[in-house]
Design a protein around this ligand. Structure first.
Ligand SMILES: *[C@@H]1O[C@H](CO)[C@@H](O)[C@H](O)[C@H]1NC(C)=O
Ligand SMILES: *[C@@H]1O[C@H](CO)[C@@H](O)[C@H](O)[C@H]1NC(C)=O
Ligand SMILES: *[C@@H]1O[C@H](CO)[C@@H](O)[C@H](O)[C@H]1NC(C)=O
Length: 462
């Protein structure tokens, strides 16, 4: 996804009315402060997107660059306003850092990118601003783990240093080829802000940490926006999967939208044999009117009878359904549908049209966006990551020096009992964080009795 997404100007999504922007009707509150500060704070109680540099804020709050600079103010601070009501310092806010959720050591993070298991290590890349705790200068941060719980921070994997990703190394996905080679496909925002797809490879495939990445200057960009697609509506390539007829041919999807008709979000599919040259597949994988730009499309098979995950390339079969997950730029939520995928006519069809993208299930009903799954060949499971941003202001983020966490990775299974939805559960490794358990398994509990259970005193771990 892009920073521009955070400040969507397209808010026609039917289910979620757009946030209203009443710049002229913002009430202004004048708050006399304590004698100590002897100052007057002007707090704009209005949409953060109308944040105005001329508005005085409590020093030492840095001013947000805001939407005019192509950077979002936090999209969720809503009526609470964007100016900090208190001069937070990093020390004061350090307690908000998580104990267990993934976050970089400092600065801004958004989407998870290219997760994979490689030579004994789980890799997580993520949208990262190396210079600041607000969105911008997007590079790929990188961390590795043995268990998806304890992470080591590595150096930035890819910087925006080529004309074809000058405005950002945006989201993308990893594909592991049958011979073990690894291809990373990602969206670059070019020096002219055109969204193109690029490829990168590990500099040393023998390095389990995959520390260094080489962008293919010879071939990039490998896919440019096709005719009829706006330059800024073409991003977030998926992991590639085998086409049904020919395992030497790979397919991948890219999110887009069509505003000449019904503000339809859609996923476009490309075919490749060598990951260097690509041809568009006729038609669209799927499209839903009124849903607007589709970001971070994810298409993967789930087994409808067994409780293990399936490789992204697993063939369609009677006991296999395909999940289509889409992040809707308009309302910043992740939706999915369960259906059948037909490679032969490039189409995904939901089992239940009433549970289609944008009208059916969400992957998570909290603050959660830009999810990306991967098939973990190590434990034969599908694992999904999602980005969770705080709902405080961008200015608070600048004061505390960091923004966003990733959710605990979750295994994804088809719900065999209902037959209609997914089950997400934190990865089993999370249990390694538990200790001093008490076992009440054989406790007699006669009817109409109250029994006090003895636990140790609880502790909050920061
Ligand atoms: C966009 O929608 C219009 C109107 O429905 C249609 O004519 C056009 O072919 C669509 N474009 C794409 C790229 O799908
Ligand atoms: C593709 O084929 C399937 C199965 O025959 C059908 O249900 C679906 O409507 C087709 N999609 C398109 C776009 O023709
Ligand atoms: C709790 O006790 C029961 C019965 O002794 C045993 O089967 C079970 O594995 C124990 N569970 C844990 C978490 O220790």
């Amino acid at each position: 996804m892009s920073g521009r997404d955070l400040d969507s100007t397209h808010s026609q999504f039917l289910l979620s009315p757009p946030r209203q922007r009443h710049r002229s009707s913002c009430p202004i509150l004048l708050l006399p402060l304590t004698a100590l500060l002897a100052a007057v704070a002007v707090i704009l109680l209005c949409n953060p997107l109308s944040n105005d540099d001329t508005v005085p804020v409590l020093s030492p709050a840095p001013s947000s660059r805001g939407a005019p600079a192509g950077v979002s103010e936090k999209s969720t601070s809503g009526m609470l306003g964007s100016a900090p009501a208190f001069p937070w310092t990093n020390n004061m806010l350090a307690f908000q850092r998580t104990a267990f959720h993934f976050q970089p050591e400092k600065n801004w993070m958004n989407d998870p990118d290219g997760p994979l298991f490689y030579k004994g290590w789980y890799h997580l890349f993520y949208q990262y601003n190396p210079a600041s705790s607000v969105w911008g200068n997007i590079a790929w941060g990188h961390a590795v783990s043995r268990d998806l719980i304890n992470w080591e921070h590595l150096s930035v994997a890819m910087m925006p240093d080529r004309w074809y990703d000058f405005n950002g190394v945006w989201s993308g996905s990893a594909t592991i080829l049958p011979d073990g080679r690894l291809v990373m496909l990602y969206t670059g925002s070019t020096h002219e802000s055109v969204q193109v797809q690029n490829i990168a490879f590990p500099a040393d495939p023998a390095d389990p940490l995959l520390l260094h990445w080489v962008k293919s200057d010879e071939h990039n960009p490998v896919i440019s926006p096709p005719e009829g697609i706006q330059f800024e509506d073409f991003r977030d390539p998926t992991t590639a999967w085998h086409s049904g007829e020919d395992s030497g041919t790979w397919l991948l999807a890219i999110g887009s939208k069509n505003d000449s008709g019904e503000h339809a979000g859609m996923a476009l599919v490309y075919r490749t044999r060598d990951f260097v040259s690509y041809e568009p597949v006729a038609g669209v994988l799927h499209s839903v009117a009124g849903t607007g730009m589709w970001e971070c499309v994810d298409l993967y098979p789930v087994h409808t009878e067994a409780s293990f995950g399936l490789d992204t390339s697993a063939a369609s079969a009677p006991a296999v359904r395909h999940v289509l997950k889409v992040s809707l730029d308009d309302d910043k939520h992740d939706y999915y549908g369960i259906g059948r995928y037909y490679a032969e006519n490039n189409s995904w069809v939901p089992d239940d049209p009433d549970l289609d993208i944008g009208v059916g299930f969400r992957l998570d009903y909290g603050k959660y966006y830009a999810a990306k799954s991967f098939y973990d060949q190590n434990k034969r499971r599908r694992v999904v990551w999602g980005w969770s941003g705080e709902s405080d202001s961008e200015q608070a983020d600048m004061l505390k020096g960091w923004a966003s966490v990733q959710t605990i990775p979750r295994t994804v299974l088809f719900d065999v009992e209902t037959g209609s939805n997914l089950l997400l559960w934190p990865v089993e490794e999370l249990d390694t964080l538990r200790f001093s358990g008490k076992n009440f398994t054989n406790l007699p509990l006669p009817a109409h009795t109250v029994k006090l259970l003895e636990f140790a005193e609880t502790t909050q771990v920061f």
